[in-house]
Every structure is written in structure tokens, then in C-alpha cells.
Design a protein around this ligand. Structure first.
Ligand SMILES: [Zn+2]
Length: 366
């Protein structure tokens, strides 16, 4: 089936159909149906990102650049999930911070790692809340990149010139080894599935990540578990506070070697087409506010369940203005959520999920 064109000159994208594409993956899980319902704005369409850390701590640690956001322990994340569930929030999206980081990001695919522990605790505390597990390596690697490096931390060649030696230099970007990263992402997805996640969400922007995760899930008996792909993730300045929260800022270089250039829309549509072709059940545009044209284009082009992620910097920006008395918080946040729906987003990943759920429950006709 033809599901759309990237542009007039390109070939139409073909759906490969069953078993890769199974619309029932979403439909058969009652916890995910509300997220992808095609109209209305309600608490059930909100996803709360939560950080959970393996480092021993007595109480949740505040994140300085994101007022109101904390790094949870396993027990406090379960309590928070229970509260969110009571408020009718649709889902949580989990990010883990391991005790130890290494070059291979091994904490990401450890079945007893921090996110599998959190998934089990949340499922016990709040069985009616959908749990989505982020799948990436950047919180788990000591270098902070979303995949393994072809030369850990360094790349380039030693060049001898007549009078000087050019030494190994840090690569600014592009040294992430795509092929070596794929099996690790797949292993992480399987670990989260086994722990009880309702959906896995690969965010590394590695080529072929959805296909390799789909294959690994199918082989492990999870052919019904859906994938929410971060299909359109821009190399954005708005991620700064997240890296503070997850302690995941790259030690060397940046992520422009795998995330999309903010100037590009056609590339965003190509990435979405590829992910759908590889078996993504939901797609995503991230960040939100500066990319609503992209949300519109993705929705129009593919009519696929589409998530919109209002990222840490967008949240911090509103919080900072509110703290100075420059913006009305409730009106601003409701306006942004409405704009996300107007642009075509089905569900909204936002650090404001809890407040929004409160406000929506008190707002007639929201
Ligand atoms: Zn990452």
C-alpha cells in the first residue's frame, strides 16, 4: 500500500504489512488506546517523562535546570507513577541513570538494570498506567553518546608531516559505530519488554534501529509489543536541561552525526518513512514548539500515531518566565498543548504532564 510520498520526485513509501506492521499491537493494549485516540485533549493523552537513578539516595534529587523535576529512586518513581495514574495520565516514559557508566553502555541492556527495576515497581504500584521505556545508550555510556564509538573517545589518523606529528584528536561527531550499536539497542528493548514495558521507544537515531529492535522483540516472543520510534529527533539546543537531569551530555563532540539538522524537513519525512517501513507502531517529533510544522507534515504525510515531545529546554523556558512573573503558567502550557494537538500530534510527552492533568480535569471542554 502507498502511504505517501516524500516529495513529488521520490518513490512512494510502501507498507510491508503483516507481520511487521500490526495495527492491533496498539489496539489490543487498553493502556495504549487512549494515547492514540484521534481527537480531544485529555490527561489520557499525556506522557510524563520520569528519571530514575540507581545511585543510592534517600529522597528524590531536584534537577536544577528543570524546577519541579527530580531524579527518582525505584521506590519514589513507583509512588509518582501511582499518583500520575490516579490523575488519569496516559503513560510514563522512563529514563535510567545507572550507578556505573562504561564505553559500551552496558547498564542499558542489563536485565536487572535501573529501568527494568523501575518498570517492575511501577507495574506493581500502578498496573493501569502504560509504561514506555526509552531505549538509548547515552545515559549509560561514559562518553555520553547514543551508541558505541568506533574508537572510544577518539578518531582520526596519525599523520606525520615533515616537522610535526598530528596526534589522535577527539572527533567532533560521526564516530558512533551504527552497526555495533544496533544489537545493544535491541538487547535493551528486550530487557525492558521482559520487565513488563507496554511499549519501547528507541531514541538513539541510529539507522536501522527500529528494524533490529522489531526483529529482536519478535524472536523473544514479543511480536505484540509496539515500538514508539523517536523518528524525527532534531539536533536541538533545547535538550540542555535533560542532559543535566540524566547526566548524559557528550564528553566529546555533539550529536549532529546522528540527529537531524533543524533546517531539514524532507529528511524528517524520510526518517519517518524509514521507521514506519521498519515496523514503528508510533512515530515522534521532538522538540515540539519550534517544530510544529514538522508535526503537521508528518501527520499529513503518513497518518500514523504521532507523539510530540515537549523537551526539557521548552519546559525550563516556560518555568523561567513564570518564575519572573512574565507568563501565566497555566494559560501558556494549555496553549502549547492545544497547539500540539492542532498541528496533528496524537499524544504529548511533557514534563508538565502532572500539572496539565490537574488543569484539564478542572477545565470544561478542554
Ligand atoms: Zn541518546
Amino acid at each position: 500500500m502507498d502511504i505517501g510520498r516524500i516529495n513529488e520526485s521520490d518513490q512512494p513509501v510502501k507498507l510491508s504489512g503483516y507481520p511487521k506492521q500490526q495495527p492491533r499491537r496498539i489496539r489490543q493494549n487498553p493502556l495504549l488506546r487512549g494515547l492514540t485516540r484521534e481527537s480531544g485533549l485529555s490527561a489520557g493523552k499525556l506522557v510524563a517523562p520520569l528519571f530514575v537513578t540507581e545511585k543510592s539516595q534517600r529522597k528524590p534529587q531536584p534537577v536544577a535546570s528543570m524546577p519541579g523535576v527530580v531524579r527518582h529512586s525505584v521506590s519514589s518513581v513507583a509512588a509518582e507513577a501511582k499518583e500520575l495514574s490516579k490523575l488519569g495520565v496516559g503513560a510514563v516514559l522512563l529514563f535510567g541513570i545507572p550507578k556505573i557508566k562504561d564505553a559500551q553502555g552496558s547498564g542499558a541492556y542489563d536485565e536487572h538494570g535501573i529501568v527494568p527495576q523501575a518498570i517492575r515497581a511501577i507495574k506493581k504500584a500502578a498496573p493501569n498506567l502504560a509504561v514506555i521505556a526509552d531505549v538509548c545508550l547515552c545515559e549509560y555510556t561514559d562518553h555520553g553518546h547514543c551508541g558505541v564509538l568506533s574508537q572510544p573517545g577518539i578518531s582520526g589518523v596519525i599523520m606525520r608531516k615533515p616537522f610535526k606529528v598530528r596526534l589522535w584528536r577527539p572527533s567532533p561527531h560521526g564516530s558512533v559505530d551504527n552497526a555495533a550499536t544496533l544489537p545493544l539497542l535491541a538487547a535493551a528493548a528486550v530487557a525492558h519488554a521482559r520487565a513488563g514495558a507496554d511499549m519501547v521507544a528507541p531514541s538513539a537515531m541510529m539507522d536501522g534501529q527500529v528494524a533490529s529492535i522489531r526483529k529482536a522483540l519478535d524472536q523473544d516472543g514479543f511480536s505484540s509489543l509496539p515500538i514508539l520510534s523517536y523518528s524525527v529527533k532534531y539536533a536541538s539546543a533545547f535538550y540542555g536541561p535533560f542532559r543535566d537531569a540524566a547526566a548524559s551530555a557528550p564528553r566529546l563532540g555533539d550529536r549532529r552525526g546522528y540527529q537531524i539538522d533543524p533546517a531539514n524537513l524532507e529528511e524528517a519525512l524520510r526518517e519517518t518513512a524509514l521507521d514506519i517501513e521498519e515496523g514503528a507502531d508510533c512515530v515522534m517529533v521532538k522538540p515540539a514548539m519550534a517544530y510544529l510544522d514538522v508535526v503537521r507534515a508528518v501527520k499529513k504525510e503518513f497518518n500514523w500515531p504521532t507523539a510530540v515531545y515537549q523537551v526539557s529546554g521548552e519546559y525550563a523556558m516556560v518555568k523561567a518566565a513564570v518564575a519572573r512573573g512574565w507568563l501565566d503558567e497555566k494559560r501558556t502550557v494549555l496553549e502549547l498543548a492545544t497547539a500540539m494537538r492542532r498541528a496533528g500530534g496524537d499524544f504529548f510527552i511533557t514534563y508538565y504532564a502532572k500539572e496539565l492533568a490537574h488543569w484539564l480535569s478542572n477545565k470544561r471542554g478542554a
